[in-house]
Design a binder for this molecule. Structure first.
Ligand code: SF4
Ligand code: SF4
Length: 363
């Protein structure tokens, strides 16, 4: 296909839906496919993809949004920096309303804290350059798609000789949580719809251990409805045939080896570390921390702050949602106490969180 409109072509979509139905003919049982990318979750809801699939194929959402999987302690740390004198907290907009234990950044801003929304880490570097007597703490949240830009901004901070720029680092990496969920006996995932942007950086080969050691089929797909349906069809075919390979439906963007330039920046500035995932717990080597020579930029060690004791919100099922164990409608707070205007959990705040997608498109 040459044109973007073809990826939304209803005839092609129909043919794929029919092909999926043919593929599962005679398949006795149910298969569970998990998408681990917030944009895929949105696309599935937006295009009503679940309703097009045969009953044997169940789609569940996983830990695909870096905002949603960031633990509450991180938000509490960000709030503590917002309360610190002579400090500017710079963040992408989606973090500003995520609830911490007793506050969030928006509330702190309303009370007078200097919290600024930026569109790139370099905007935050420019703020640091203009305010040499103020510490600028940038919230480093995101998967392998965001981390290289933050790594690049630290190289720029060094080049400009700034000493007032720091990162509160909570980067997460794939495919470690996919492996962790695969080993969860309560959650039988039969195939993964692998994230698209992350895969453009890490490459589709990164999922080979999942297929080869854990026997789970993996397909990298794009975001358009035809992409999604083609990806699902490839997965369904593998599951029915009892095969487990990595396939890439999104080869127009994703290469097997990924983006080597971004990987080089990542490896220069960061090293793997164990990381805490909301709902899942600590996963070995699933995060990125600054290497020793970049620790001077680590907000937590360079600018210690007192952080309140973490308190999860009673009744919020975000942790279970992120493991794919419950759906938003199973949360008693969904649509009642928890709405996009008054979110109680991160999955409702983030524009690509599962609860927010269900609220907007779930009917
Ligand atoms: S909601 Fe924000 S952080 Fe989460 S996947 Fe989407 S863009 Fe990324
Ligand atoms: S509906 Fe709200 S409270 Fe319930 S799991 Fe989703 S975000 Fe958490």
């Amino acid at each position: 296909m040459k044109y973007s409109s073809e990826y939304r072509d209803p005839q092609l979509a129909k043919a794929l839906v029919a092909a999926i139905a043919r593929n599962v003919e005679g398949f006795d049982g149910q298969m569970t496919l998990m998408e681990v990318c917030g944009t895929h979750t949105m696309s599935i809801y937006q295009h009503g993809i679940r309703s097009l699939l045969p009953t044997q194929v169940r789609l569940i959402s996983g830990p695909g949004c870096p905002v949603c999987v960031t633990p509450i302690t991180y938000v509490d740390q960000a709030v503590a920096y917002a309360r610190r004198p002579a400090t500017i907290v710079a963040t992408f907009g989606d973090m500003i309303r995520v609830p911490g234990s007793t506050s969030n950044l928006l509330r702190e801003k309303a009370k007078g804290a200097d919290v600024r929304i930026v569109y790139s880490p370099l905007d935050a570097v420019a703020i640091a350059e203009k305010n040499p007597d103020t510490a600028v703490v940038f919230l480093g949240v995101g998967f392998e798609t965001t981390a290289p830009t933050i790594g690049g901004s630290l190289l720029e901070v060094e080049r400009r000789g700034l000493s007032n720029f720091f990162v509160l680092c909570a980067h997460k990496t794939m495919p470690a949580p996919m492996i962790a969920l695969t080993s969860d006996p309560e959650l039988k995932v039969d195939g993964y719809i692998c994230p698209a942007h992350v895969s453009a950086v890490i490459g589709s080969d990164a999922y080979r251990p999942l297929a080869e050691q854990y026997g789970i089929p993996c397909v990298v797909t794009g975001f358009e409805p035809v992409d999604m349906l083609r990806g699902i069809q490839l997965l369904v075919k593998q599951v029915v045939a009892g095969e487990a390979r990595v396939e890439c439906e999104y080869s127009r963007i994703v290469k097997p080896q990924g983006n080597l330039k971004a990987q080089t920046i990542l490896a220069r500035v960061f090293e793997p570390c164990d990381a805490e995932w909301r709902g899942i717990g600590s996963i070995p080597a699933s995060g990125l921390q600054l290497r020793a020579e970049y620790q001077k930029f680590n907000a937590l060690s360079a600018l210690p702050v007192e952080v309140e004791e973490a308190k999860e919100h009673r009744g919020c099922l975000c942790g279970e949602i992120l493991k794919g164990k419950v759906t938003p409608k199973q949360c008693p707070l969904f649509r009642e106490a928890c709405t996009p205007e008054h979110p109680i959990g991160a999955c409702m705040v983030s524009s690509e969180g599962t609860c927010s997608a269900e609220y907007k498109y779930g009917g």
